[in-house]
Design a protein around this ligand. Structure first.
Ligand SMILES: CSC[C@@H](O)[C@@H](O)C(=O)COP(=O)(O)O
Length: 368
């Protein structure tokens, strides 16, 4: 999508420098900084420190990390070490392991001399596929928004609510939850987006930055406001992303998503989750008991980064000295609370049958 009129992907290969470039998201929305990722440690740090973040982008980044590892040492041992090193960076988003497995399965049968070039080509493919997948998710989600728009008085906007940042900077381009929003806006449908701030890291500020850059009407709201807005008929549709979806359609996403789904259920608001198929973990069923939830630093809770009144980016402490924090980064929304899943192949029920109906070959391969 565009930043100040220039089209960017969230990561790209610079052919002159022969190296990966990322947008360092720690500085957004206040500062747009590009960073080169040159060593395997750089790749791990970029993921752990959330310079890159969002499940699909983490996966694409890891694929480029494998490409770098193969350039340095194309042996089986180095490949396995890179797999383990990168896989340990963040535990919840399954796209990370999906990308690493795909790279390793592709590279293992090749001669060592072929691996570096093949790994880089595969990383490019994974990035390009992600763009196309998310474009398709947007096309399917657009139909849902069109239906709601058709049921409203002329000129009234469709009011959507989203949590965290499942936008273009969380993917390679388009975003998952935001792709239908971009496509609805581009199709001339009036929309307004309620953007949850998403404490503790305030990914909602990233979503606001994205939507604002695209000219989409939106309001940044506290995480606790969604239920109130739904009770007062101010939300027509919720769309969030997901970091891991189980084969029966339980959805693991940024902490607080579950509460939004509960509020949506109580108020009869449709709650959809947008996901690319690499986000489905076909090996797990019960998300609450089977998905590892990342516990992040308590400093993310006790301190907040923002722009000071003098225009600098600074960090302030919000709690009393010494207050301990607890920081589970994700929660699981059981499938019974999910109205539907928006995938690149269409919209389905959040159930084993729904997902297997859209992805029969993947469901069969994993249960075999
Ligand atoms: C298209 S991104 C889907 C999810 O990865 C997104 O909603 C999310 O929870 C991101 O979490 P983050 O901790 O910022 O990486």
């Amino acid at each position: 999508m565009k930043v100040d009129g220039t089209h960017y992907r969230s990561l790209w290969w610079d052919h002159d420098k022969d190296a990966l470039q990322i947008i360092d998201q720690r500085w957004l929305p206040h500062d747009f900084r590009i960073q080169q990722v040159s060593t395997l440690q750089d790749f791990a740090d970029a993921i752990v420190e959330m310079r890159v973040r969002g499940a699909p982008l983490i996966g694409a980044t890891a694929a480029y990390g494998m490409a770098l590892a193969m350039r340095l040492d194309p042996s089986d041992t180095a490949m396995d070490q890179a797999w383990s090193f990168l896989n340990a960076t963040r535990p919840t988003a399954i796209n990370l392991r999906w990308a690493l497995d795909r790279c390793r399965n592709h590279l293992r049968p090749l001669a060592e001399g072929e691996r570096a070039a093949a790994a880089l080509a595969l990383a490019h493919d994974i990035a390009d596929e992600d763009v196309e997948i998310n474009r398709s998710i947007g096309a399917h989600g657009l139909e849902l928004i069109k239906q709601i728009a058709a049921s409203k008085p002329a000129g009234e906007p469709v009011r959507l609510l989203t949590h965290c940042n499942a936008g273009w900077i969380a993917t390679v381009d388009w975003g998952t939850a935001t792709s239908p929003m971009y496509q609805a806006h581009d199709a001339g449908i009036s929309i307004h987006v309620w953007v949850d701030e998403t404490r503790p890291r305030n990914q909602g500020a990233l979503t606001s930055w994205e939507l604002g850059s695209h000219g989409i009407s939106h309001s940044y709201i506290t995480d606790n406001a969604g239920g109130h807005l739904m009770q007062h008929g101010q939300v027509d549709l919720v769309i969030t992303g997901t970091d891991r979806t189980t084969r029966r359609g339980d959805v693991c996403n940024k902490i607080g998503t579950y509460l939004k789904a509960l509020a949506a259920k109580d108020n009869g608001v449709p709650f959809y989750v947008a996901l690319p198929s690499p986000t489905i973990d076909w090996t797990v069923s019960d998300g609450v008991s089977e998905i590892p939830i990342e516990e992040r630093s308590e400093r993310e809770i006790t301190h907040v980064q923002g722009k000071t009144e003098s225009g600098e980016i600074g960090v302030v402490q919000v709690t009393p000295d010494g207050t301990p924090g607890g920081n589970p980064a994700f929660d699981v929304t059981p499938n019974r609370l999910v109205t539907g899943l928006i995938t690149e192949r269409g919209v389905c029920e959040a159930s084993k049958e729904g997902l297997a109906g859209l992805f029969p070959e993947m469901a069969a391969a994993k249960s075999a």
